[in-house]
Design a protein around this ligand. Sequence first.
Ligand code: GLA
Length: 397
Amino acid sequence: MLVPKSHLEIVLILFLSCGAFQSVHGLENGLALVPPMGWMTFERFRCMTNCELFPRDCISEALIRRTADLLVSEGYAAVGYQYLIIDDCWMEASRDRATHELQPNLNRFPSGMRVLGDYIHYNGLKFGLYHDVGEKTCMFRGPGAARHFELDAQTFASWGVDYVKMDGCYATEEDIDRGYPDFGMAMNLTGKPMVYSCSWPFYKSKPDYALIAKHCNLWRFAADVQDSFASVIKIMSRYSNKQDVLIANAGPGRWNDPDMLVLGNFRLSYDASRVQLAIWAVMGAPLIMTNDLETVRPEIKQLLQNRDIIAIDQDSLGQPGKMVLKVQNFQVWVRSVNPMNDVGDNSFAVAFVNQGGYALCPLCPQKFEVPLHRLGLKSRMGYNVMYRKFRLVQAER
Ligand code: GLA
């Protein structure tokens, strides 16, 4: 991180390198003033419902209780990971015949969602649930919200749900444009504050981000993340190709969601893990892990709990960053962050990404030099570079 020098010459802070809230706009439910952090069942556990064959990996209350315990005991909750979100495949295939309410699958969630929500809250965490604005959930395992918005919002409120991930499968584009605001309204009417995560743009040929930002706390703008570096890079390009419109509509209370952090699974190397975490922080993305917390390797756990990177993601200026330079497979990403100096210049988090494939030596590190002003760093007083906490080097203009 580069902190502008000031006349007073006080400085603290951080780093970035890798392989004050303003007023709330948009949904204005007062939630997600910084990007939400937490854990979600998909992508790691996908739609595993066979608990006989896969007792540890099936979507069940056992998995959720185990994860709640680990979020706390392994130190994730203490650094900010607080939302525990059950993605698709928690439901019974049909609604309750008499009340038409959604029902959790009885075999896998025998205690019911209210009790599970209490357990999550008892651990000091927050409870998130997946739903779909259309006729069915994406995995076709449960009923969508269509024609039941008020009832479903009330059911969620009665279960103590704090976060709703609303998908958009099995709906037309017109249903989607009506459905997202209407479900948001139904949630507001319950009086229970719930973060509203929308997949709205993903289901539109030409998303209207200004409209979406009025109704959602976060929105998915790219395809599902997979457990691979190629997928991470693809989402990064999706963001950088649209970054002007994505940045213009995001800020406190309304965030671009590039999907989950796949760190801690099978296929990201240590360096690829650093890239995903750092770039997600520069984007100001929700930091929602999807992994088995029991088997996350210690060095990846350390990354996921790196308070310096988390501080960049949760920065109080609330401005998402962007890719400012791309030279072949080398990219530089920059985010304006606090603190400011005494003449109003802000600091910057800067991430260098070497995607590899360097012609002369594909797997080698690359040397790269660039004047700071080409990255948009133009403080006339110069910058101090903070490389991790307490390690300070000077950077000239
Ligand atoms: C869609 C979403 C994913 C996940 C699955 C579950 O693909 O984009 O994030 O919720 O549905 O079915």
